[in-house]
Design a protein. Structure first.
Length: 158
């Protein structure tokens, strides 16, 4: 099992970060390895969502079937990977003195035909780097969405 954990502090409210992170259909907008999302279930948010994520990491392309196993509004989304790569993943959102801490953790099992545990160990730093880049994009989207709300009610003086 390969465990990867990365986090970022985002200068936006937890609600603003949740708005971006919980839009499952828009995950390819900020996840560098996610090319497209296709919902298998009618439901598109909450526990029970089933979706296929078309993933590209270098020359590797695969369809990652994911099932949402936990959905705590404004705080947590957890999934189970049911495709070629199996395991679990979780996003958590927590208030932080500078805004919001977003943590992304994954426990992944690569099949033998993709190199198994040896490839998983070698992939850990690569995946962590990709996900750190993704969190940078998530930060930009959440902070941009939060900016108008942060300036609402302020009056500029001529």
């Amino acid at each position: 099992m390969t465990r990867i954990v990365t986090s970022a502090v985002i200068a936006a409210t937890p609600a603003a970060v949740w708005q971006v992170a919980s839009d499952l259909a828009a995950q390819p907008d900020w996840m560098h390895d996610a090319h497209a999302i296709r919902f298998v279930s009618v439901q598109t948010s909450g526990v029970g969502v089933v979706m296929d994520c078309y993933t590209r990491i270098g020359p590797i392309r695969l369809v990652d079937r994911m099932v949402v196993t936990q959905w705590i509004e404004g705080r947590t989304i957890a999934i189970r990977h049911q495709g070629l790569v199996s395991g679990t993943g979780r996003f958590t959102i927590e208030p932080d003195h500078a805004g919001t801490r977003f943590t992304w953790s994954e426990d992944l099992r690569l099949p033998w035909r993709l190199g198994g545990p040896v490839a998983g160990a070698a992939a850990r730093p690569i995946l962590a780097a990709i996900w750190r880049r993704s969190l940078g994009r998530l930060r930009m989207l959440a902070e941009t969405a939060a900016a108008p709300a942060q300036h609402a009610g302020r009056r500029s003086t001529p």
